[in-house]
Design a protein around this ligand. Sequence first.
Ligand SMILES: *Cc1c(COP(=O)(O)O)cnc(C)c1O
Length: 360
Amino acid sequence: MPERVFNFSPGPATLPPEVLRQAAKDVVNYHDTGIGLIEMSHRSKEFLAVTEEAERLLRELMDIPDNYKVLFLQGGASTQFAMVPMNFLSPGKTATYLNTGTWAKNAIKEARLFGTVEVPFDSEPTKFDHLPDDLDFSSADRAEYLYFVSNNTIFGTQFKEFPRTKTVKVCDMSSDILSRPVTVADFGLIFAGVQKNMGPAGCTVVIVRDDLLERTPATVPTMFRYKTHADKGSMFNTPPCFAIYVTGLVLKWLKAQGGVEAIAQLNRKKAELVYQAIDSTDFYRGHAQRPYRSQMNITFNLPTPELEAKFVKEALARDLNGLKGHRSVGGIRASIYNAFPLEGVERLVEFMADFARQNG
Ligand SMILES: *Cc1c(COP(=O)(O)O)cnc(C)c1O
């Protein structure tokens, strides 16, 4: 077995090898303290420094304004599907959601437990293969918030520009946070499970504007109130120490790559290579319609499910792992987040051409 293969997994996903090596060392003995990172009190000065550094790097890389809090929470991105409406919606009030994929749909289901939900855009009838063309959502101006998913991990669509509205924008950026520059000040709340593009499983980052912390109804339990965690710097209870620490290492790595602007350029290049390979033959068919294609998750089909299974198997023999599409769509999905190397994309593209020639 080779020490490392190219890992196209959608999440948890590939991490930079230097981050993995550093983490492996620090788990046993953190900075020569004689204590492993995951054995250390979350209130020790060493670990407080870890959290501060992760927050500082995230603020720097995303240019997060001072009137926003950064929270490191547990429960995965899926807990945010409930926490958002719990904090910002209540009976008699309305929120607007764009139904662009499985993760949006799951969030809509949760929001309906708390208030009225309007869904002015829904691409489910065409298997979530597109996004709205008209980004004017002034229809949501009077709603408590407009909720959408920036990158639809399963179907492979991504907003190039974001919907416009006067109300608060809430965005699930789990699968494309830090992959391109965004203006945080345009959003009320951004959240992301870190296991796609910024770390291991176990931590969800929430970036929330200060004034919104006051909106939570008095009936919401302590652990589910954003303010609880904001007031205590994510240390109200034991935070996901290991995941915060590795996220910090990934952020440091990203900064060394030149930051978000530089990685965005590389991401564009990587995605273009795969889309060119899809478009250069009739053998492959992209799932997402062209204008909405994702740079993170590239979804496509082959002429038959049998050929798709053969593709996945032969790819594996070439050390290209994790290309099977999500069980709900089938086909192939190549997830190429920030840490996925250009070399792996080149190897995939080469394999795609060979496979089409031999099986087309
Ligand atoms: C993976 C994913 C989720 C779910 O994340 P969990 O941490 O497993 O709850 C939510 N939204 C998007 C966009 C995702 O890609």
